[in-house]
Unconditional design. Structure first.
Length: 221
């Protein structure tokens, strides 16, 4: 195992990555997760079977997610790992709005998970969606503090949106003014300036006036 670990980045060792998964699970559990993340040359089903035999739940969550089975990965994270912060981080990485709904659905009967969600989920999901689903008479530790934080975060987001809107309006007004002033400036033309329609020089005919388009197109009438 030590020899293969030192050589695992070598191209010749890639066919043995399935064996390395087994050896990591047997002799070096601390570094198994790191190896699973770095390598793309092991069989996912075989690795899942090895981890399942040893109840390596976190590693199983990673493998299931890599297989695209995020629903089962999340269920395992909640039922076996039981860490709400890790569950939230997992869902954040997946960037899937439906997975947030699934996290709320699977966590709503667990006061510890509900407390953690109230504290952290406001950045990603409307907190009202979670609050409305909390069962009556459920005792949640630190509920008042969680609700105060939600209200504070909401007010902060509202304030930031208003400030951004004001800055955007000021920028639009400034740029519009600059654009208008630029269009009012005089134009320099020469005998090389040509009509966009017929390609003749603007001075080729006696014209009373000509039309200038702001994309630098010239026409005479």
């Amino acid at each position: 195992h030590c020899f293969m670990t030192k050589k695992e980045n070598n191209q010749t060792m890639k066919p043995y990555h399935d064996l390395q998964v087994k050896l990591y699970a047997e002799y070096d559990l601390e570094n198994l997760a790191n190896f699973l993340e770095k390598s793309n040359f092991y069989n996912l089903d075989a690795a899942l079977t090895i981890c399942k035999a040893k109840n390596l739940w976190k590693e199983m969550v990673f493998i299931l997610a890599r297989m695209g089975n995020t629903q089962d990965a999340l269920a395992l994270m909640i039922d076996k790992v039981g860490d709400v912060k890790q569950a939230i981080k997992f869902v954040e990485k997946q960037n899937d709005p439906e997975l947030w709904d699934e996290l709320i659905k699977k966590s709503i009967r667990r006061p510890q998970f509900v407390s953690g969600l109230l504290e952290n989920v406001g950045k990603h999901v409307n907190p009202l969606k979670l609050i409305k689903k909390i069962p009556n008479a459920m005792e949640i530790i630190g509920l008042r503090d969680r609700l105060v934080k939600i209200i504070y975060d909401y007010n902060l987001q509202t304030s930031l949106r208003e400030r951004c809107k004001e800055v955007l309006k000021a920028d639009c007004a400034l740029l519009s003014s600059r654009f208008y002033d630029a269009r009012r400036q005089g134009l320099h033309i020469s005998d090389r300036t040509r009509c966009t329609t017929c390609d003749n020089s603007i001075y080729a005919k006696e014209v009373e006036y000509f039309y200038y388009h702001y994309h630098y197109h010239y026409f005479y009438f």
